[in-house]
Design a protein around this ligand. Sequence first.
Ligand SMILES: [Mn+2]
Length: 335
Amino acid sequence: MIHDVLRTLRQRAHQILITTHWNPDGDAVGSALGWAHYLRASGHQVRVLFPNAPSKPLQQSPGFQSAFVVLADDRPDELEGLFARAELHFALDYNTPSRAGAALEPLIAAFAGRQVLIDHHQQPDGLFGDAYSSTAMGSTSEMIADLITADEGWAQVDPACAENLLMGIITDSGSFRFPSTTAQTFATAARLIEAGAQPHAIHERLFDANPLSRLTTFGFGLSSARQVARGKAVVLRLSREDLERAQYVSGDSEGLVNWGLSVEGAEVSVLLREDAAGLIKMSFRSKGDRDVNEFARTHFAGGGHRNAAGGASNEALADAESQLIRLLESWLGRD
Ligand SMILES: [Mn+2]
């Protein structure tokens, strides 16, 4: 099916639209910009439409500031025209239109052209006529590199394309640590480095660009750590007070939840964060077969991947935390 898409792309230049999920992460930005650079080098007209702005470091990704990149938030009046002009729409790194945000969802659902999904999340939406969807893959960026291989197109991969794809692989694999990292992942990374990507530059740009408030936020979060369920889970917490004292800005707590898994014996880590409206946002991480996607889906109106998921609670922070600990005890405390 995806080979048929590649064949179509080879026939003539197309008007192509690429979208990602809301709050685009390193893989969303990397796969979208990497694919855009590749398609442009192949002669296509490409627009990349991000639902909203990614973090500041991601805005430094090669090509992000180009005229072919549009933020839906900034230019709501142009969205209908972008979809109307496109012959092909690539939906990258998300599984269903609602993940692209309220402004894009109806436009994706109503799009009359060919819709192609490239993604590694569970439960791909049947709306997409063509799909390359595999939960075995660690990142959408690695899947884009596979498409380039299938297209025999590596000669067209320039440093900007390579750097974006390697960035997506690095961010979604936790710098090659997560179980989805395979020999093939490293082979693809090697090929991207040969094409001009620089892993040290990616790491510096993304991981050595923190505001001080992020360190302070981590400090509050880490000092709240509790072991529960006989040490199999670690629970971290950030109250609104903590966030005010840290002078928290959006994004400062990203990655904090992973530290819970660094505790010996921990199989699950959960971060509870109280947002400005008092809603409790929850992030779940796990190791191995521990399925936090199902846990978040069942108890906290959330979901995601087996080893990384999100959720939320309307309870007060202390109540949400004790409910969470009870559920973790009954899930993990027995075996
Ligand atoms: Mn991804």
